[in-house]
Design a binder for this molecule. Structure first.
Ligand SMILES: Nc1ncnc2c1ncn2[C@@H]1O[C@H](COP(=O)(O)OP(=O)(O)OP(=O)(O)O)[C@@H](O)[C@H]1O
Ligand SMILES: [Mg+2]
Length: 246
């Protein structure tokens, strides 16, 4: 079976600064794959390259069997590949409802009003707290609720594949667990494919099937979640445990 997303040999720059150095990875349909790395390793740059926001200078990005290396961000979202950006980036002055509606912008433009309304109802079942706050300004929500809103907004575009950029950032462990369980449930119930960028390896490896480790723009390790959890270097660098404890 061909992969849903396959990137090969990506070299991405900001001006003269090369951030991605030959990054290759793939995500099969229905998989949850995590991309682990420390601050500044190039995780967000990888997602922004995939989404067309920071196109690579060389290398290829294939999604759903097509070359989308030079595709515009809007056309990539239109094909069902949606990013939940780092730091949520919700519209704090707008209501929760309006934030969710923005996620369905392309669908509303295509006239899918009824389907969008049905998805809004489903979203509020998935995250009931958003329903309780539906008319409140999004800026008044807690960090965890804002992350749910950011995911909910992305889901309103009906993605076949979600790119999640550090959803656990700044959240208490119990909230992280809730949010990642919601992501796992999405894959279970809807078959949504997920690429999950995280520094929190302990949390992300629990729901991921496989993972990659990126260091200063290069993939240095890949394997099943079980393999990565057992890996000495992963344990030392990302799980905060000395390998002697294994
Ligand atoms: N817009 C930009 N212009 C110039 N350099 C940038 C820009 N964005 C990121 N960088 C640099 O590129 C490198 C990779 O950054 P990136 O944001 O991809 O890392 P990251 O793995 O997502 O880190 P974090 O975990 O902190 O989010 C860093 O050295 C960063 O300073
Ligand atoms: Mg980042």
């Amino acid at each position: 079976m061909p992969s849903l997303l396959r990137i090969a040999g990506l070299n991405t720059y900001y001006g003269p600064l090369q951030v991605l150095k030959g990054v290759s990875l793939h995500v099969d349909e229905g998989e949850i794959v995590t991309l682990l790395g420390a601050n500044g390793a190039g995780k967000t740059t990888a997602l922004n390259s995939i989404c067309g926001l920071v196109p690579p200078r060389s290398g290829t990005i294939e999604y759903d069997g097509r070359d989308v290396t030079r595709a515009r961000p809007e056309s990539i979202v239109g094909r069902g590949l949606t990013q939940v950006p780092e730091g949520r980036q919700i519209f704090g002055e707008l209501s929760v409802r309006d934030n969710l509606t923005m996620g369905a912008y392309l669908r509303l433009r295509r006239g899918e009003k009824r389907e969008v309304a049905a998805d809004m109802a489903r979203m509020l079942e998935m995250f009931p707290i958003l329903g309780e706050r539906i008319n409140k300004r999004a800026g008044t929500l807690s960090g965890g609720q804002q992350q749910m809103l950011a995911i909910g907004r992305a889901l309103m575009s009906r993605p076949r594949m979600l790119l999640l950029d550090e959803p656990s950032m700044g959240l208490a462990p119990l909230i992280v667990k809730d949010i990642l369980q919601a992501v796992a449930a999405l894959r279970e119930n809807d078959g949504t494919t997920v690429l999950l960028v995280e520094q929190n390896a302990a949390a992300s490896l629990k729901i991921a099937d496989r993972g990659y480790v990126i260091e200063t723009g290069r993939i240095v390790l890949e394997g099943s979640s079980t393999e990565l959890m057992r890996d000495r270097e992963v344990r030392r660098a990302y799980l905060g445990k000395d390998y002697d404890e294994i």
